[in-house]
Design a protein around this ligand. Structure first.
Ligand code: COA
Ligand code: AMP
Length: 639
């Protein structure tokens, strides 16, 4: 297969993608195998609901699997599974993967899952997580993967919103210090939901969890994966409309309720294929490694779909950058499997650097196959950028994107036209994204001035087609802030060379170790404690994880609590309700929280003080400046 784009420079490609999206994206669509090729790129008749390739029909799993087998790649590795926590490695060829996906698609069909039905996947980083995703794609079902670090109530919220027919899970995941059993989480979640899925299918791990027995959950049967497959016929690829949903992926918003980002089939296949060739410069047959988790968007796009769409080999890594067993883990994987590129979060690089500042582990391995280190998930700070560049000797490329966009908004296009790298910048807007910097009134700002990063509509193909079952929230969250634009929720600027700088969220979403979390959902949990009158959780700078959540609570009048005991109770509650991934550990009792006269807590001001910012803007609408004065020394301590 080949890339069908004929633009030879970045500038030409970007200009054409904006001035003539039909021409540009129909050409790009030529790299995908269609059942009915599209004749139109984008249908903009119902803004802000844009539909990509509205008359095209395809099957995403066919494009990821059958097509490559037919083209002679059957014996090539599709996945290399490398588990640093169990020591297992396994190579799955394209033919084998196709067979597994057909078989599991058949099992889902036998459970009554069909076109448009939802399947929730709650799995650790094992190949069957990807098999389950591709099996859904094969039969036109819509998967929704829930990250294993989320606790039962978060799983329940997602089950109730997506209303799946089937939940696919595993006996558990393996963290460096402990095994994480999933059955109690799934059983507890099913006890909390209003919706009852018909079946839970379990991908067993007998070597790690030999004695797990299925729990009893009223109305839901539990079946072993192998048994489900044995009792059903393999399923072929079902033609779906390009505009049909491929998946829902929940992500944190500013409120406690996550947003169900909906991805289509056609725009997604075209955009990811284009990005593998032009952004990441990866060709069929090359080994590519994204060290993330299938529970996050990076895992969806660049562990599973992107590499398979172009016939590359994708490494599925179960482990951490450090501690499994040491800071050389990533370099071992690259050397052992011949990866040409690694895609990870800056936090992972910082964690490695902390343990191995001299890069001694790097020197122990043969990394000659590695061409590029890609980073995303949070800003790649210049210091980390410098360390990685110096120690790896390869370009280190930041790329900025979000669950909502599904692929980079800004990057250095290594395949199309590599550009000089400026530390601290993810380089330039990717073709398809007409990125602007706006002030709060929606006026465009000149080069160098910081404001709100917004994308003129329509956005590129592959970006969210909506929020699951909630058009109103789609509009109010993203489309109504600036007329005619998608509001990214990120602030930043574009310099006079056109380089983008992303400086952080403008809302109450925080980013902890590359994981997007909502301070609002943590506040909601804390507020249920009987002694707590009100609470604010803010994200403060953290050297390793980028940010970490810190809580400030006001007790109900007359309540007297031991601060340490209360902290431990609140930490346990957040862990129980949201999950270990929230990493909520710091909480302080305060006399009051600074608010505006209309009662809004001044979280941004608190965050600025906590981060040690010099020019803190205190809104003139502050109700009682003395409350903020009293809190300031405590906030400063959290830095
Ligand atoms: N299932 C269950 N629990 C999980 C989990 C999962 N899939 N992932 C994380 N957790 C738990 C951890 O065990 C930890 O629990 P603890 O409080 O009992 O120790 C907690 O959630 C926080 O985990 P983590 O954020 O991984 O922190 P850490 O201190 O264990 O490790 C790093 C620090 C930097 C090594 C780690 O955060 C990391 O690898 N970051 C890169 C993240 C990444 O790739 N993000 C993808 C976005 S692109
Ligand atoms: P998520 O939806 O989990 O991918 O998180 C998206 C958010 O992470 C963005 O809105 C940014 O705030 C942040 N982010 C991701 N990648 C980058 C990057 N390269 N530079 C700066 N911020 C980033």
């Amino acid at each position: 297969m080949s890339d069908s784009t004929t633009s030879s420079t970045y500038a030409e490609a970007h200009r054409l993608s904006i001035t003539d999206p039909d021409a540009f994206w129909l050409e790009a669509a030529g790299a995908v195998d269609w059942i009915t090729p599209p004749t139109t790129a984008v249908d903009g008749s119902r803004p802000p609901f844009y539909r990509w390739f509205p008359d095209g029909r395809l099957n995403t799993s066919y494009n990821c699997l059958d097509r490559h087998v037919e083209e002679g790649r059957g014996d090539q590795a599709a996945f290399i599974y490398d588990s640093a926590v169990t020591g297992a490695t396994e190579t799955i060829t394209y033919s084998q993967l196709l067979e597994q996906v057909e078989a599991f698609a058949g099992a889902l069909t036998a459970e009554g899952v069909g076109h448009g039905d939802r399947v929730v996947i709650y799995m650790p980083m094992v190949p069957r997580a990807a098999v389950a995703m591709l099996a859904c794609a094969r039969i036109g079902a819509v998967h929704s993967v829930v990250f294993g670090g989320f606790a039962a109530p978060e799983l329940a919220i997602r089950i109730d919103d997506a209303r799946p027919k089937v939940v696919v899970t595993s006996p558990g995941g393996i963290e460096p210090t402990r095994k994480v059993p999933y059955f109690p989480m799934v059983a507890k979640a099913l006890g909390l939901t209003r919706h009852t899925p018909g079946a839970v299918i379990v991908a067993g791990r007998p070597d790690q969890f030999p004695d797990e027995s299925f729990p009893e959950t009223p109305g839901t049967t539990w079946t072993d994966w192998d048994e489900a497959v044995a009792g059903s016929d393999p399923a072929g690829p079902v033609p779906v409309a390009a505009t049909d949903p491929l998946y829902i992926l929940y992500t944190s918003g500013t409120t406690g309720l996550p947003k169900g980002v909906v991805r289509d089939n056609g725009g997604h296949a075209v955009a990811l294929t284009w990005s593998m060739w032009n952004v990441y410069g990866i060709r069929p047959g090359e080994v590519w490694w994204t060290a993330s988790d299938v529970g996050w968007v990076v895992g969806h796009s660049y562990i599973v779909y992107g590499p398979l769409l172009v016939g590359a080999t994708s490494i599925i890594y179960e482990g951490k950058p450090v501690g499994t067993p040491d800071a050389g883990a990533f370099w071992r994987v690259i050397a052992e499997h011949g990866a040409t590129a690694l895609f990870t979060a800056p936090t992972a690089v910082r964690a490695i650097r902390k343990e191995d500042p001299e890069g001694r582990e790097i020197a122990r391995y043969d990394l000659s196959t590695m061409r590029t280190l890609f980073c995303a998930g949070e800003r790649l700070d210049p210091d980390t950028h410098r360390w990685a560049t110096e120690n790896l000797g390869t370009p280190v490329v930041d790329n900025w994107w979000q669950t909502e966009t599904g692929w980079p908004i800004a990057s250095n296009l290594r395949g199309l036209e590599p550009m000089p790298i400026k530390a601290g910048s993810p380089t330039v807007p990717v073709p398809g994204y007409d990125l602007r910097v706006l002030d709060s009134g929606g006026t465009e700002l000149p080069a160098g001035e910081e404001g709100n990063l917004a994308i003129r509509l329509p956005m590129a193909p592959g970006t969210l087609s909506g929020l699951w079952d909630d058009d109103e929230r789609f509009i109010s969250s993203y489309m109504s802030v600036f007329d005619g634009y998608y509001s990214t929720g990120d602030g930043g600027y574009i310099d006079s060379d056109g380089y983008v700088y992303v400086m952080g969220r403008t809302d109450d979403v925080i980013n902890v170790a590359g994981h997007r979390l909502s301070t609002g959902s943590m506040e909601a949990v804390i507020a249920t404690h009987p002694a707590v009158a009100e609470a604010a959780v803010i994200g403060v700078k953290d050297e390793l994880k980028g940010q970490r959540p810190v809580g400030y609570v006001v007790l109900k009048s007359g309540e007297v609590r031991d601060p340490e005991e209360l902290r431990a109770e609140l930490v346990a509650m957040v862990r129980e309700e949201i999950g270990a991934v929230a990493t909520f550990r710091d909480c302080t009792v305060v006399q009051g929280l600074p608010k505006t006269r209309s009662g809004k807590i001044l979280r941004k001001t608190m965050r600025q003080i906590a981060d040690g910012q010099e020019d803190v803007t205190v809104p003139s609408t502050i109700e009682d400046p003395a409350v903020l004065d009293a809190l300031t020394p405590l906030l400063r301590q959290s830095d």
